[in-house]
Design a protein around this ligand. Structure first.
Ligand SMILES: Nc1ncnc2c1ncn2[C@@H]1O[C@H](COP(=O)(O)OP(=O)(O)OP(=O)(O)O)[C@@H](O)[C@H]1O
Length: 778
């Protein structure tokens, strides 16, 4: 280190120390404050009822009592909110104390005399007088210069306009436990050195925030405020998920006061992924957005009625099914067609036809008798004016049914079964009736009359209770026979459209067969709920205002159209990689990213071609596996070439164990043995578990720990590992599995080892021989 550098280092360390002292003072003050508020909360809770005037004698007193309770509850919740806020602030300060900032820029604004020194951290911090920023939030307008420019002329946008000037210095820090561990003055990009340092580290079971090293093209995505639909197409490892999460943090900062974490929703590929990304936002001092998988949504809609196939079971079928069989082909054809907008338009036209005829209803029965028949409901529905939309007519039918049911409740009271049931009521029920009569002052002091009254009320109670499920059914529109209406679609389609696949009849039979068993194939679940919404209507009550869809290539055009309908007023950010479209890859179905024109309206699209995850050698190999791979730019981090070892099938376990031991000795901590299917994963797990400690990841797994895991190919999406062992790469044979093969190989950060039992995968034949090493144990 030169003298100057060392002087700079000392000067910067002194500043860190001063800032940390300032943070300490703030922490102490805040702790005292938080302590006070905390004891206020406890006290209010303890004395809640003592401080409330309770008097129920007169109506006026009751009103006063209610007001007093309300006031006390408001006071309590105000104190609780303040406490939560202080607590959050304290956590942020402790994080700042550990590492106050990661960057500095010196910026001379045009027309100004003095240069501003801007230090960037995960949150802003003012000096004691609250006059100057000691740290700027990385999301502040001025901070964007750090991500967008090299030293020299620079500009940034503010709500008031663009500010221009000159950046004289751009410096990066690695600060840990209030001590500078690394310091770089950087040039063109955000320090290669710093990135090298970050990317060279071991993978963890949780994704990390990238605020210190966001790249210019990622920053553009993170800060985009215009687009209604923002599309990010990025190669594997280009930071799509990272950019998405920092974008959530940015939006929460930019629109603070009007947007909170409850208003943002992330659709992720599987439950494991949810936990993988769960710590990024809290690390940045923000609360996590809502997270769900699309499957969870479908379950919430259809789970009561159907057994729903999940996408992983569908994937297993595609990977393990016999592609020589007619049935397999029919299914694949069906999956492909049901993903398309052609199918959606068939459903739309079918629904239009239902305006005039074709809706099917269910009988409403009670104690084995039909109370209101499906025919009566049908006739009532179609007697309503055609100009009224189907959902609105359904509401009218509902109201009619409810009125009718109430009438039926009254008629039912005098039936003999009711009298019998009354005998079996328990004491509490009698007490309730007694209380009701008392409240209504209905006792006449005439014992005979009183008995009559009581019996009447008890009968009413019994009937009401028994009718409850019927009322619930009617209120939730379950008098509509949607399964039958959906099944009927397949017959109708034959007369409606010429764009049907040639084997539509077989597809229909296959689908209808499943539906009759109350099983719904994954490819039918979205069309089903889409049709259901056209019939029932769905009010958008959700608080969600921004949707993020990760692994967007796994959504079909029809699914996306459905999501858009579901959240019509939301902005959306879609992140995906066409080359990792493993589900559609297996069937040739279109995905939402196949043709961006279908998204119409206001889309803005970004492409990320630089990849950060894997070493240069791994990227050289993986990018040769796919079309267009020559455009992928690896980050310059050296490593070993991927290695293929050919072994006899009965030696595979021995080879895996050997390789795992080697990786562990080299210091790798998360090692994945990726198998093609769940079945293969189970077998590998059973064979290995006695020799090495490992975890088996299955579709329901929600989190994992550091160490060795066995995981089926399609569940490894979106996640990364220090080292990957492909259990048997000879199994990836079909062209339709190219994307799957590419996806699994791109999970490796530092090492990729492929074991082959019957020769290398034919999918690797396109890779130049010098992009991998080959050894044979035979
Ligand atoms: N600007 C950056 N600074 C530091 N690390 C980065 C940056 N961008 C991406 N990375 C790292 O690269 C790896 C891949 O990032 P991420 O998982 O977000 O990519 P992705 O595009 O979603 O990948 P995939 O599509 O393959 O799942 C992560 O380890 C992430 O931390």
């Amino acid at each position: 280190m030169s003298d100057l550098q060392s002087k700079d280092w000392q000067m910067e360390q002194r500043r860190v120390t001063t800032v940390v002292n300032e943070i300490d003072k703030k922490i102490n003050k805040l702790k005292i404050n938080a302590g006070k508020v905390g004891s206020d909360v406890l006290e209010i809770r303890k004395d809640f009822w003592e401080d409330v005037t309770v008097n129920m004698d007169e109506p006026d007193d009751m009103i006063e009592t209610a007001a007093s309770i309300k006031q006390q509850a408001e006071l309590l919740s105000e104190r609780e909110r303040t406490h939560k806020h202080l607590d959050k602030h304290l956590k942020t300060l402790s994080r700042l104390k550990y590492s106050p900032y990661f960057g500095r820029i010196d910026f001379l604004e045009e027309g100004e005399e003095s240069t501003d020194q801007v230090y960037l951290g995960i949150a802003s911090l003012m000096d004691e007088q609250d006059e100057n920023f000691l740290i700027y939030d990385w999301r502040a307008p001025i901070s964007s210069i750090y991500y967008d420019y090299a030293p020299g002329p620079a500009q940034y946008k503010t709500p008031e306009g663009t500010i221009e000037g000159e950046m004289n210095l751009k410096r990066q820090f690695i600060i840990r436990a209030s001590e500078i561990k690394g310091m770089f003055d950087t040039g063109v990009t955000i320090g290669d050195e710093m990135l090298q340092e970050v990317l060279g580290n071991n993978a963890s079971t949780q994704m990390k925030s990238i605020v210190a090293t966001i790249q210019r093209e990622q920053n553009e995505i993170i800060r985009n405020e215009r687009a209604k639909i923002l599309i990010v197409q990025g190669v594997a490892g280009s930071g799509k998920t990272s950019a998405a999460l920092q974008r959530v943090a940015y939006l929460l900062y930019r629109y603070r006061g009007t947007l909170n974490s409850e208003n943002i929703m992330l659709f992720s590929p599987n439950p494991l992924f949810n936990s993988y990304v769960a710590t990024v936002l809290p690390e940045l001092g923000e609360e996590n957005m809502q997270q769900s998988t699309f499957q969870e949504y479908l379950n919430s809609r259809l789970g009561r009625e159907f057994h729903i196939e999940d996408p992983f079971t569908q994937m297993e079928y595609l990977l393990s099914g016999d592609d020589q069989e007619k049935e397999y082909h029919t299914r694949v054809e069906g999956i492909r067609f049901k993903a398309s907008l052609d199918f959606k338009s068939i459903i739309d036209r079918y629904a239009q036809g239902l305006v005039k005829k074709g809706l099917i209803f269910r009988d409403l029965s009670f104690r084995g008798d039909v109370l209101i028949s499906k025919k009566e409901i049908h006739d009532y529905f179609y007697s309503l004016e055609e100009g009224i939309s189907i959902p609105n007519r359904m509401q009218l039918v509902k109201e009619w049914l409810l009125r009718d049911l109430k009438r039926k409740v009254r008629q039912e009271r005098s039936r003999s079964w009711v009298e019998e049931e009354v005998q079996f009521l328990d004491k509490e029920d009698f007490m309730e009736v007694f209380k009701k009569l008392q409240e209504k002052n209905q006792f006449s002091e005439n014992t005979f009359d009183d008995f009559e009254q009581e019996q009447k009320l008890l009968a009413e109670m019994v009937v009401k209770e028994k009718f409850k499920p019927l009322f619930v059914r009617v209120k939730s529109l379950r008098f509509i026979d949607t399964p039958k209406i959906y099944r009927q679609l397949f017959k109708y389609a034959e007369y409606m459209d010429e764009r049907l696949p040639v084997d539509w009849e077989q597809i229909s039979n296959q689908t209808v067969g499943k539906l009759k068993e109350m099983e719904i194939p994954y490819e039918d679940a979205t069309p089903y709920v889409y049709l259901q919404d056209l019939i029932e209507g769905r009010k958008n009550k959700s608080a969600i205002r921004h949707i993020f869809i990760d692994e967007a290539q796994d959504y079909s055009p029809l699914q996306f159209a459905f999501i858009q309908k579901l959240f019509p007023f939301c902005k959306m950010t879609l992140l995906g990689d066409f080359n990792q479209a493993i589900f559609s890859g297996a069937t040739g179905a279109e995905t939402v990213l196949s043709d961006l024109n279908i998204l119409g309206e206001t889309i803005e699209s970004f492409v990320l071609t630089k990849t950060y995850r894997s070493t240069k050698e791994i990227v050289n190999f993986t990018s040769s596996l796919i079309e267009g791979g020559e455009n992928i730019v690896p980050f310059n981090r050296p490593g070993r070439k991927p290695l293929v070892t050919i072994v006899k099938p009965n030696e595979i376990i021995e080879q895996v164990i050997k390789k795992i031991k080697d990786f562990q000795n080299e210091g790798h901590r998360t090692i994945a043995i990726i198998c093609r299917t769940a079945d293969e994963s189970k077998r590998a797990f059973e064979a290995l578990r006695t020799d090495i400690p490992l975890h088996l990841i299955e579709k329901g797994t929600i989190s994992y720990e550091k160490g060795i895991l066995v995981i089926p190919s399609y569940l490894a999406k979106g996640i990364e590992f220090d080292a990957v062992v492909l259990y048997d790469c000879s199994q990836y044979k079909k062209e339709s599995e190219r994307k799957l093969f590419y996806t699994v190989c791109t999970r490796a950060m530092h090492e990729l080892h492929m074991i082959a039992t019957t020769g290398i995968s034919p999918l690797m034949e396109v890779a130049p021989k010098d992009t991998y090493s080959l050894e044979s144990n035979n």
